[in-house]
Design a protein around this ligand. Structure first.
Ligand SMILES: Nc1ncnc2c1ncn2[C@@H]1O[C@H](COP(=O)(O)OP(=O)(O)OP(=O)(O)O)[C@@H](O)[C@H]1O
Ligand SMILES: [Mg+2]
Length: 214
């Protein structure tokens, strides 16, 4: 009998300020309490190279055309997968990743309007075909998310933030549309989590979904 190794790879997605980092951390802590060996990581990141790429991408002073932006994200992803995510999964760890390939579809595809076929192809090359078993998409209205990300608690939406957060509300609405369409298309993998008024309440919804999958 061949026993197939089951990788437990979970990604957390959503617009800016939707609570990805908070929920990824709460989920990791929950999984550790349940006895899993967990690697919590984020994109772009997970290696020195990817961290450097992250600073270039998010620097408001960077003048990057959409195609270069796509390649930079994919370069960071290839490094992240090969150096960190894949080895951790092979060791039997649960990997929780704050953003992954769906973010590229939503931001570079729906936001920047790059060709979706090209994005899917590059996503699959960079991630060596590795797919999450579960993706939690944290849904929030862009205005609320951006205000939260800037610590304004919904008071106003102004300037500041990183290079991508500074894009127009329209851009962020396109990103949200991208995520929702992906969630519809891949409804078995992507679960929509309607973000609640507190992170703790949202975490309860996340736990329910994760418990059903694990
Ligand atoms: N459900 C929630 N209700 C209210 N505030 C929240 C909620 N979830 C997170 N926050 C707060 O909103 C801010 C943004 O959360 P967080 O950094 O987790 O979002 P993010 O999606 O990782 O943002 P970014 O896109 O900037 O990485 C934080 O100050 C966090 O404490
Ligand atoms: Mg974050």
């Amino acid at each position: 009998m061949v026993i197939r190794k089951r990788y437990i790879f979970i990604t957390v997605e959503g617009g800016d300020g939707s609570g990805k980092t908070t929920q990824s951390r709460l989920l990791s802590e929950y999984l550790v309490r349940k006895g899993f060996d967990v690697l919590l990581t984020r994109e772009p990141g997970g290696s020195v190279l990817a961290g450097n790429i992250r600073s270039i991408i998010l620097d408001p002073k960077s003048d990057i055309v959409p195609l270069s932006e796509l390649f930079l994200f994919e370069a960071a992803r290839a490094q992240h997968i090969k150096k960190l995510i894949y080895p951790a999964l092979e060791m039997g760890k649960v990997v929780v990743c704050d953003r992954f390939t769906d973010a590229t579809v939503a931001y570079q595809g729906y936001g920047r309007k790059l060709d979706l076929k090209l994005i899917n192809k590059l996503n699959s090359i960079a991630s060596v075909g590795l797919k999450p078993i579960l993706t939690l998409y944290l849904d929030v209205m862009p205005f609320d998310g951006l205000s939260r990300a800037k610590g304004l608690n919904g008071k106003s939406y102004g300037y500041g933030g990183d290079r991508i957060e500074r894009k127009s509300i329209r851009f962020h609405e396109d990103v949200r549309k991208g995520y929702l369409e992906q969630a519809k298309k891949y409804s078995r993998r992507i679960k929509v989590v309607k973000t609640q008024e507190t992170a703790e309440k949202t975490h309860i919804l996340v736990k329910d979904i994760v418990d059903k999958v694990l």
